[in-house]
Design a protein around this ligand. Structure first.
Ligand code: FAD
Length: 305
């Protein structure tokens, strides 16, 4: 990645759009925190906000409740994540119909991880949808939904090679996906190379970078390997020694995420998806850097200068 240069601004007329990802809260305290976060992020006018779906449908009720609260209690447009894990086609079709009945028009369609955990061998349900591509088709069969799918700049850990990985993305696009959202990554060159590979394979939908502001470097370092995202040595050095110093950790995290996003803007990227971890501070700071602000959201970033 290039050296930081915070003077960069989006090009004149370059419109930046953002989306935010939440997970459904498990406790009342988490619910309160999520709702505070939603209220802080709402004035930034994201294109949509998405709510994740736990392995094997374990959060089915909570995902639905959270999506419904966003629909009824905010001006935000929710997207419901959906996975194929441990569910029959009939189960999933019912969940899709329930969301559609609620007024949901956007979905994030995923195969999902094995219920036994990331790294276990994935076994599709014998009567279920086998992967993200089949789920996209199932959604399209029920309505003209806006469908996001996953993409992996460092390839999915189960993909033997990039060709296989891109082939799966192509199937999802051919079946009706509107955009891809990437797994988080910290090396923008990898993202750029992946987009080039996809374009060469005839994939022209937006491939939106998924940005993970780092709230806890040790935790991110621990789970990133399982997600197929590598931690560059320079990133480890930035956070070295900050585990017991949360304030400095937060400042460094904001700088790191801003640096990554500003560099992507300079490379021509205009859409960003933030993995918020249900927290607003770092996301608000980074959005501010790219001209997405409460009073200027929705206008070209240059006009907010
Ligand atoms: P697919 O798109 O179906 O496949 C992904 C890749 O894996 C393909 O490139 C393919 O080459 C390879 N592959 C798939 N199946 C096989 C196989 N049987 N053998 C060999 N290779 C195979 N998980 C959740 O549980 N809930 C969520 O809400 C959620 N949200 C996510 C949002 C985003 C933006 C992303 C990037 C990931 C999300 N995940 C979520 C994680 C995701 O479920 C896992 O990464 C899962 O392992 C793959 O799901 P997928 O939809 O990407 O799979």
């Amino acid at each position: 990645m290039n050296e930081p240069n915070f003077s960069r601004r989006p090009d004149i007329g370059q419109k930046i759009a953002v989306s935010f990802e939440f997970f459904p809260p498990r406790t009342d305290d988490m619910e309160t925190r999520l709702w505070d976060t939603v209220q802080r992020l709402e004035p930034l006018a994201p294109r949509f906000v998405s709510v994740t779906y736990g392995a094997g449908g374990s959060t089915r009720e909570r995902t639905a409740r959270t999506v419904n609260r966003i629909l009824t209690g905010s001006k935000l447009t929710p997207a419901a994540h959906l996975t194929c894990v441990d569910a029959t086609r009939g189960d999933i079709d019912t969940v899709i119909a329930e969301f559609a009945g609620m007024g949901v028009k956007r979905f994030v369609a995923l195969r999902g991880d094995p219920a036994a955990g990331v790294g276990a061998r994935y076994q599709p349900h014998p009567g279920g949808y086998a992967n993200g591509a089949e789920l996209v088709s199932a959604l399209k069969a029920q309505g003209d939904f806006d469908i996001s799918v996953s993409a992996y700049p460092e390839k999915h850990p189960e993909s033997p090679d990039f060709a296989t990985d891109i082939e799966m993305l192509k199937r999802k696009v051919d079946n009706g996906a509107t955009r891809a959202i990437t797994q988080f990554f910290f090396d923008n060159d990898l993202y750029e190379r992946y987009v080039e590979r996809a374009r060469r394979a005839g994939i022209y939908i937006p491939i939106v970078p998924g940005v993970l502001p780092i709230h806890n470097f040790t935790q991110v370092a621990n789970f990133s390997g399982r997600c197929g995202a590598h931690i560059p040595a320079w990133l480890g050095e930035r956070f070295d020694g900050l585990q017991a110093d949360p304030q400095t950790h937060a400042l460094v995290a904001a700088a790191v995420a801003a640096e990554q996003v500003m560099d992507l803007v300079e490379r021509g990227v205009s859409d960003f998806h933030f993995y918020t971890m249900n927290r607003a501070d770092l996301v608000v700071a980074v959005c501010h850097m790219i001209g997405i602000r409460a009073h200027s959201a929705g206008v070209p970033a240059s006009a907010a200068a």
